[in-house]
Design a protein around this ligand. Structure first.
Ligand code: KG4
Ligand code: ZN
Length: 354
């Protein structure tokens, strides 16, 4: 076992050496990982279903759950093999309980229960959003210089395909939700605008790719500020892009896809960045965590990394989109707190974080 790491500088939970097997099947990735002491990644396997869903332009729930059933055992076997471990070396099983697609969550949940029951291992149900935040704690095994641990209090911006919210964390596993999207999630807006521009699913990476040669100032899309709240709104930008596209099509003009994508991306980044910075100032935190699929966005990462007012923690690209490392990492902190889930735990497709 590797050296134990300090967990927080404020109120340390008692660290315990533990290897957690994480299982994630909330949407369209079948994933399993082994993480030691909440930080060191011993292995991580993600079987993506993107190719299966691309032809539908989004995730097809029935197809997703059936594919999870096909992949889950192979993915778990691969992750144990990669870590050179057997189930006897695992101290607990952490599994995504929600939020997500019910039929997909059930596959990971039943598998985790089977392993917990069969091997007499503690079972820990983890919130997927909490997992995204805890991806900021995880570091690949080969990393020589461990990155600094996030310190509390911190502001967590969670930006994924299904969620966009700001949470104040004053300690481990403690969330005060300040606000969230009133309509589309940021990732959802990327996916919908990509579809409008006939770019392939998933929309975020497609928009980022074409934006490289686009002018982010070509179009000025609205930045809904929703003053006096910590909420976000992205449907106005999406509608503004739609209006421009319709007008250009009516006028038989070619679509400047790169400029439209770059201008849309700039508006989303601007909204996410400015509100998060305001919240961080208001709540006097020193550090910010940005996590979830949209945190893979280069423009968003650079915008946060180019300021010096707050220390920024953004997970490596491989941990931004859905994976099981994040579930094992969050599961570890529950494990050392003594949290255990019952074997009759059910999935919670709409489980809020706080
Ligand atoms: O966290 P995630 O993998 O799944 C959910 O929990 O929803 O996030 C997926 C979302 C998708 O909407 C996808 O378009 C977006 O993250 N995304 C990105 C990028 N990579 C993934 N959005 C913007 N830029 C990216 N590079
Ligand atoms: Zn996710």
């Amino acid at each position: 076992m590797s050296e134990q790491l300090p967990l927080t500088n404020e109120k340390p939970l008692k660290p315990v050496n533990a290897r957690i097997l994480g299982i994630e099947t909330s949407c369209d990735e079948t994933a399993a990982a082994v993480v030691e002491n909440g930080r060191q990644i011993l292995s991580s396997v993600v079987a993506s279903q993107i190719d299966l869903h691309a032809k539908f332009g989004g995730v097809f729930p029935e197809v997703a759950s059936r594919q999870h059933i096909r992949s889950i055992y192979v993915v778990i076997e691969q992750t144990l093999t990669q870590a050179h471990l057997g189930l006897g070396d695992i101290d607990a099983v952490a599994v995504t309980r929600g939020p997500g697609l019910a039929g997909s969550l059930v596959v990971g949940m039943n598998t985790a229960k089977g392993l917990a029951l069969g091997r007499n291992l503690p079972l820990i149900g983890v919130n997927h959003l909490e997992g995204h935040i805890y991806s900021a704690w995880a570091v690949p095994e080969e990393t020589k210089q461990l990155p600094e641990l996030p310190k509390f209090p911190l502001m967590a911006l969670l930006v994924s395909g299904g969620h966009t919210e700001l949470n104040l964390m004053t300690d481990h596993l403690t969330y005060k939700r300040l606000g969230g999207t009133t309509d589309d999630a940021a990732g959802e807006a990327f996916d919908k605008v990509a579809r409008l521009l006939s770019l392939p699913y998933p929309g975020g990476p497609s928009i980022q790719k074409v934006s490289v040669i686009g002018d982010p100032k070509a179009f000025t899309f609205p930045r809904a500020r929703l003053e006096g709240t910590w909420d976000f709104s992205f449907s106005g930008i999406k509608t503004a892009v739609l209006r421009v596209v319709r007008k250009l099509e009516e006028d038989n003009q070619p679509l400047p896809i790169e400029d439209l994508a770059a201008s849309f991306q700039a508006a989303v980044v601007d909204i996410l960045f400015s509100k998060t910075m305001d919240a961080a100032r208001k709540y006097q935190v020193r550090e910010i965590v940005v996590a979830g699929g949209v945190s893979a966005n280069k423009a968003l990462r650079e915008t946060f990394q180019n300021q010096s007012e707050f220390k920024i923690h953004i997970p490596p690209l491989s941990l931004c989109t859905d994976n099981a490392v994040m579930i094992a990492a969050a599961g570890y902190f529950h494990f050392i707190r003594g949290d255990r889930s019952a074997l009759d735990m059910d999935v919670l497709p709409n489980w809020p974080l706080s």
